[in-house]
Design a protein around this ligand. Structure first.
Ligand SMILES: Cc1cc2nc3c(=O)[nH]c(=O)nc-3n(C[C@H](O)[C@H](O)[C@H](O)COP(=O)(O)O)c2cc1C
Length: 162
């Protein structure tokens, strides 16, 4: 049996946060309103079929609703979208206030100005500790190679240097 180590949460966050990532917003229209979360855990998984994944905390109230949506929009945030990244990751605020967004015909919500976007649906969910690994099938996608991404590292937002 695997020995389970328990670490100080601050130490875990410091070490896990040493790995830089981008920031995505995963969102859908539910009962006519956009709902979504910020997710820095986005990663590509498979080319054929096209699959990506995010990891979502079991405590996420928004995910409990979002996971029932037929399609999920994944917007890979651009350098200028720090506000969106922060807002969509904050409880008790109007997460889409002041943001420009659009929907696909199937109800995926995408943020305008993102550096890339994917229209997805849930393919598989795997329990992993206090998170779920969520595998998403990709139905459509596009990227603007001229738009720089937002970077998340050590719990802070950063921009790539030219
Ligand atoms: C930059 C950033 C990245 C985040 N990445 C994740 C993530 O990958 N997985 C996750 O479960 N929550 C992540 N969060 C937290 C969620 O966006 C959100 O705050 C959380 O789901 C709590 O709100 P909820 O209970 O309404 O879902 C992130 C937050 C921020 C600000």
């Amino acid at each position: 049996m695997t020995k389970i180590n328990v670490f100080d949460p601050l130490r875990l966050r410091a070490v896990f946060g040493a790995f830089p990532s981008g920031v995505t917003v995963v969102a859908a229209l539910v009962d006519g309103d956009p709902i979504g979360i910020s997710a820095s855990s986005f990663t590509s998984v498979s080319l054929e079929p096209a699959l990506v994944s995010i990891r979502v905390a079991h405590g996420s109230r928004t995910w409990a609703v979002l996971r029932g949506a037929p399609r999920l929009g994944v917007s890979i945030l651009s350098a200028g979208q720090e506000r969106a990244g922060r807002q969509l990751g904050t409880r008790g605020v109007d997460r889409f206030a002041g943001l420009d967004w659009r929907t696909t015909t199937d109800g995926a919500v995408l943020l305008d100005g993102a550096s890339a976007w994917l229209d997805t649906s849930i393919e598989q969910q795997v329990r992993a500790g206090d998170h779920d690994i969520v595998v998403l099938a990709v139905h459509d996608l596009d990227a603007d190679g001229d738009v720089r991404p937002l970077v998340f590292h050590a719990s802070r937002f950063h921009r790539l240097q030219a």
